[in-house]
Structure formats: structure tokens, C-alpha cells
Design a protein around this ligand. Structure first.
Ligand code: HEC
Ligand code: HEC
Ligand code: HEC
Ligand code: HEC
Ligand code: HEC
Length: 439
């Protein structure tokens, strides 16, 4: 799918540095011709310089590994192209733009619109480009030497967009390479419906009984929940760093050793095995990273270091989902389709972190998957009269701040995918303390 035309250029034998002759002219008169300059030293043959990377064991090998990465085969970059708000994480040029211009993650008041605005966006001229080598490797083809490989687009601390920049993630180990991943693999902010200000997350802890959405007085709504309401997908970066969850009182929020001792690439770019590791960026079934220098015996059959911790987190997710109900109807959505549910198989009930609202367009199988659904608070013009009538028969969900905080924690701990391997202590505390809110 990627054009490979560089071999043609290589054959052309272009020289990297060759002597350049410049004739100087005075302001308005042409002076006599100067003597010829001496020949410059021969430049390094382009072919030789290029070969440091363009050979079967470097670029060619990595490009093949990268074909197995969702960065490459995923379709989000194509789908979200043109969007300035999705661009910082989904488009190569959008990512480079927010890194190069230090775009802040703040959410600030905008006089023009009379609303708050999320500043973490790219510009329309830089809202395109699939994720590829140049997204992360910022200096390719600058000196044309192998050293161009090492510069990464950003290893700076990451101000979390979910928290309007008020929380900072800084994975200092391994030269901050984990910050490169977290810059994209981080959750997105929730905002208040009326004016788009940052959702007052702290009220989940300080005012747990306050209503996020009051079905009896919708004018008092902080946020009108819907099927997709939530933190988006990048939960891994937040959980791994031990930052960004709703920290209800209870057991300590200390992180596991991984947070400071391991870096994303240690596990995700370990020597390739099958279709995991290297530039596939997948861990799935590849324990080379675990066993490289820290552990020696981790595998999918390990009890203490794999199955027990993962089963504990799965159990807590199921317990928390069982607490998040109204009149016996569960708030967390279930989806048993392994194609559309990106978290298929993580929990026995196949939760996906979405909310169990009737939504014939976005959640067409929801009715059959969930025993009962909640009335969708915003009907769509594409719904049929029968769908609108049916929606009107469903119960309305009344959400408290405590429930909403617990939903955020559920989403974070489910959508980080590893069932606690990223940061067992943090996931364990978020889930345990959330459950304790609903005795
Ligand atoms: C630091 C490593 C490195 C060096 C040195 C290097 N390249 Fe590349 N080059 C790359 C990478 C990485 C790609 C992208 C490969 C891909 O997309 O699969 C690339 C791609 C290309 C392409 C394909 C078009 C494109 O831009 O994607 C051409 C042509 C090319 N290089 C020419 C050269 C030439 C000529 C030289 C030497 C003068 C050279 N490269 C030196 C790393 C390097
Ligand atoms: C420019 C933003 C960006 C950066 C930087 C980035 N990723 Fe990603 N990553 C994404 C996006 C977006 C997707 C999903 C793509 C899609 O579905 O089309 C993704 C997908 C993935 C997946 C597959 C997830 C799944 O659901 O199967 C893994 C694993 C992953 N990235 C790991 C990493 C690691 C490790 C790093 C750092 C070395 C990293 N990523 C850096 C944006 C990024
Ligand atoms: C702060 C970074 C960030 C922003 C901003 C962002 N996303 Fe994402 N998105 C991600 C990451 C990272 C993933 C993949 C994570 C994973 O699989 O673990 C993802 C995944 C997705 C997926 C799932 C793709 C799949 O694998 O099926 C969709 C769809 C998506 N995003 C749409 C959007 C849209 C639409 C916007 C803008 C309104 C947006 N995203 C803004 C980071 C972001
Ligand atoms: C999502 C970010 C990301 C993308 C996309 C990416 N790389 Fe990398 N690459 C990294 C990181 C991070 C490292 C350093 C890994 C480490 O230190 O363990 C790296 C290391 C390398 C190395 C040195 C290690 C090795 O395996 O030889 C090469 C070569 C390389 N990348 C080539 C490429 C090429 C070619 C592409 C495109 C086909 C590409 N990279 C795409 C993040 C990325
Ligand atoms: C200690 C090892 C380890 C480290 C370090 C680590 N991960 Fe993971 N990660 C895992 C495991 C294990 C999984 C689950 C893989 C599976 O399902 O087999 C996973 C899954 C993921 C996924 C979902 C992709 C999938 O395979 O379903 C993403 C995205 C991800 N991690 C991102 C990150 C990011 C970003 C970092 C750094 C902030 C990171 N991880 C650090 C072990 C690690």
C-alpha cells in the first residue's frame, strides 16, 4: 500500500554534498568574472548513507512489522481526517502540529461564542495524514544519516487533556519515550452540556449525591448523558501513569512498580514473536518484554503474575457494574459482537464502557443484549416514529455524581485492556473504592 520509490532515487546515485559555486554580484554593476574555485571534497555517496537505514534489516524489516500495527491498518486516521479536534491524536500532521506549537490542553472561556473552548486542537491545514514512521520519528531525512532515526516527535511531560491540563503525566524512565505514547494514548475530557466547561470531576467525591442529570428538572443538568458519554479510548496512558481516575476515599492510590520501572516500549516493542512486539506495538501473547530483565517466568499460564491479578480486576469490574443499576437495569452497556466491541472478552458479560441507552443508530443490538434500556434523552431526526414511540416508554436514568465518577473509573479500568497489568494497584484502588460508594 505504500509506494516504494526510493530504490529509483538510490540508483540515480545523487551526491549528498557537492561543491556549490556561487558567483557574487555587486549592487548594480557586473564585475569581472572571478577565478574558478577549487573542487570540493567528494561527498559521501548517497547510496552509502541511505543504506544505513534502507536495507533489509532496518527500514524494510520495521516497515513489515508496522503492517501489523493498528496505527497502520486502523481506519481512524482516514475517518477523522479534516477534524481539528480529533487531529491531535488521529492525524500525523495534527500530532506534529500540537507538538511543534506546544498547544496547551486548557479549556478556556471564549467571549465570541459565549462558551468554553477546548484549546487542544490542530488547525484545518494540518488535520490529515495516517500515522506512520514520520509521525513518531521527527528527524527522518534531515541529515540523511542513521542518527536521524533517534529523535522522537515529543518526549515532554504530557498535560492531560481529560483534566484541562491540570494533571501532568511524566514517564521519565527510558528518556521519556513513554510520554510519546501517552501524548495520544490518554483519555479525553468530559464537559458540562450548557457551556462546555470542564466537568467538575472533583464534585464526584465532594458532592456524591448531587445529580449530574435530574430527570425532574432538566434545567439543572450538568451533563446530558448519552450512549457514547465517557473518556474516549486512551485509558492505557492514564492507568499506567496512575493519574486521572476519580479518587473516591478508601485504600491508597499508590502505583505499581511498572509505572516507574517499565516504559511502554519495553512491553509493547519487545523482540517480535508471532505478530506481536517490535513495531506491531502489540503485547498480545508476547512475554519477551516481561522476561527481558525484570521477570524470568511470565507466561499466559502464570498464576501470580498474570492470571490472578487479571482475574481480580475482571471480578471487580463485574462487581462494580452490578452496583451501577437503576430499578434492576444496568447502566453499563453489554455487547457480545466481537467485531464492534473493542473490549470483547475482557469481562464475562462483555461490557464495552458505553452507557445502556436506547440508540437504534449507534447501539442497534443494545435492546437484545441488555435486559432493559434507558430512555435516550436526545432523539435523532433519522429515527422512525415507532422508534421514537418506543423510546418514550423507557425509564429515565437519574445519575448522581457518585455514579458518574464510578462510570468514569469503570471505563478507565476496562478500556486500559490489560486488566491491571499496566498498574494493578491503581486499578485495584479505583475499582475497590468505587464499589464502596454503593454499600
Ligand atoms: C535514518 C534512516 C534513514 C536514512 C538515513 C534514509 N532514509 Fe529514506 N526513509 C526512511 C524511512 C523510515 C522511510 C519511510 C519508510 C516507510 O514508510 O515504510 C523512508 C522513505 C524513503 C523514501 C520513500 C518516500 C518517502 O519519503 O516515504 C525515499 C524515496 C527515501 N526514503 C529515500 C532516501 C534516500 C535517497 C536516502 C539517502 C540520501 C535516505 N532515504 C536515507 C529512513 C531513512
Ligand atoms: C499520534 C498519536 C499516537 C502515538 C504517538 C501513539 N499511538 Fe498508538 N494508537 C493511536 C491511535 C489513534 C490508535 C488507533 C488507530 C485506529 O484504530 O485506527 C493507536 C493504536 C495503538 C494500539 C492498538 C490498540 C488496539 O485497540 O488494538 C497499540 C497497542 C498502541 N497504539 C500502542 C502505542 C505505543 C506503545 C505507542 C508509543 C510507542 C503509541 N501507541 C504511540 C495513536 C497513537
Ligand atoms: C487525546 C487523543 C485523542 C483524541 C483527541 C481523539 N482520539 Fe480517538 N482514539 C485515541 C486513541 C489513542 C485511540 C485508540 C486507543 C486504543 O485502542 O487503546 C482512539 C480510538 C478511536 C476510535 C476507535 C478506532 C477503532 O479502533 O475502532 C474512534 C472511532 C475514534 N478514536 C474517534 C475519534 C474522534 C471522532 C475524535 C474527535 C471527535 C477522536 N477520536 C479524538 C485518541 C484520541
Ligand atoms: C508510534 C510511534 C512510532 C512509529 C509510528 C514508528 N516508530 Fe520506529 N520507533 C519508535 C520508538 C519509540 C522507538 C524506540 C524503541 C526503543 O527504544 O525500544 C523506535 C525505534 C525504531 C528503530 C530502531 C529500533 C529497531 O527496531 O531497529 C527503527 C529502525 C525504527 N524505529 C524505524 C521505524 C520505521 C521504518 C517506521 C515506519 C514503518 C517506524 N519506525 C514507525 C516509535 C515509532
Ligand atoms: C509491563 C508491561 C506493559 C507496559 C510497560 C505497558 N503495557 Fe500496554 N499492555 C500490556 C498488556 C499485558 C496488555 C494486554 C495485552 C493482551 O491483551 O494480551 C496491554 C495492552 C495495551 C493496549 C491495548 C492493545 C491490545 O493489545 O489490546 C494499549 C493501547 C496499551 N497497552 C498502551 C500502553 C501504553 C501507552 C503504555 C505506556 C504508557 C503501555 N501500554 C505500557 C502491557 C504493558
Amino acid at each position: 500500500m505504500k509506494r516504494k520509490i526510493y530504490s529509483m532515487l538510490l540508483m540515480g546515485g545523487l551526491l549528498l554534498s557537492s561543491a556549490v559555486l556561487i558567483s557574487l554580484t555587486s549592487c548594480n554593476k557586473t564585475g569581472p568574472a572571478g577565478a574558478n574555485g577549487s573542487n570540493g571534497a567528494d561527498g559521501v555517496s548517497a547510496t552509502e548513507a541511505c543504506k544505513a537505514c534502507h536495507n533489509p534489516s532496518v527500514v524494510d524489516r520495521v516497515a513489515a512489522e508496522f503492517q501489523m500495527s493498528k496505527h497502520e491498518y486502523g481506519i481512524a486516521a482516514e475517518e477523522e481526517a479534516g477534524s481539528t479536534s480529533c487531529g491531535p491524536c488521529h492525524e500525523q500532521e495534527g500530532f506534529k502540529y500540537v507538538c511543534a506549537n506546544n498547544i496547551p490542553s486548557t479549556i478556556t472561556w471564549d467571549v465570541g461564542t459565549g462558551k468554553y473552548v477546548n484549546n487542544y486542537t490542530t488547525v484545518a491545514g494540518s488535520a490529515y495524514g495516517a500515522i506512520g514512521c514520520y509521525t513518531c520519528h521527527s528527524s527522518l531525512h534531515t541529515t540523511y544519516g542513521y542518527s536521524d532515526m533517534s529523535a522522537l516527535t515529543s518526549v515532554a511531560p504530557v498535560a492531560m487533556t481529560m483534566w484541562g491540563g491540570n494533571k501532568i503525566i511524566d514517564l521519565v524512565q527510558s528518556g521519556g519515550k513513554g510520554n510519546l505514547c501517552v501524548k495520544c494514548h490518554q483519555p479525553r475530557p468530559l464537559t458540562v452540556s450548557s457551556n462546555s466547561r470542564l466537568f467538575p470531576y472533583d464534585s464526584c467525591v465532594s458532592q456524591p449525591n448531587l445529580l449530574v442529570y435530574d430527570t425532574n428538572n432538566t434545567a439543572l443538568a450538568f451533563l446530558k448523558p448519552g450512549y457514547r458519554t465517557g473518556i474516549h479510548y486512551g485509558a492505557a496512558g492514564a492507568i499506567f501513569s496512575g493519574k486521572g481516575g476519580i479518587e473516591f476515599p478508601g485504600i491508597s492510590y499508590a502505583s505499581s512498580d511498572h509505572t516507574t520501572a517499565a516504559a511502554c516500549q519495553d512491553c509493547h516493542m519487545a523482540p517480535i514473536t508471532g505478530k506481536s512486539g517490535g513495531h506491531s506495538f502489540f503485547v498480545k501473547g508476547n512475554f519477551n518484554g516481561c522476561n527481558a530483565s525484570c521477570h524470568s517466568d511470565v507466561s499466559s499460564s502464570s498464576t501470580g503474575k498474570w492470571n490472578t491479578p487479571r482475574n481480580n480486576i475482571k471480578g471487580l469490574l463485574a462487581t462494580l457494574a452490578g452496583k451501577l443499576t437503576q430499578n434492576g437495569i444496568e447502566i453499563m452497556n453489554k455487547n457480545t459482537d466481537s467485531e464492534t466491541n473493542l473490549w470483547y472478552g475482557i469481562t464475562t458479560s462483555n461490557y464495552d464502557g458505553y452507557l445502556n441507552f436506547y440508540d437504534p443508530i449507534n447501539n442497534p443490538t443494545g435492546e437484545t443484549e441488555n435486559a432493559g434500556q434507558f430512555k435516550n434523552l436526545s432523539t435523532s431526526s433519522s429515527w422512525t416514529a415507532a422508534q421514537i414511540a418506543h423510546n418514550n416508554t423507557l425509564p429515565r436514568l437519574q445519575l448522581s455524581f457518585a455514579q458518574f465518577g464510578a462510570i468514569i473509573n469503570f471505563q478507565l479500568c476496562l478500556r486500559e485492556y490489560s486488566c491491571g497489568i499496566h498498574n494493578y494497584n491503581y486499578s485495584f484502588a479505583l475499582l475497590t473504592n468505587s464499589i464502596a460508594m454503593f454499600p
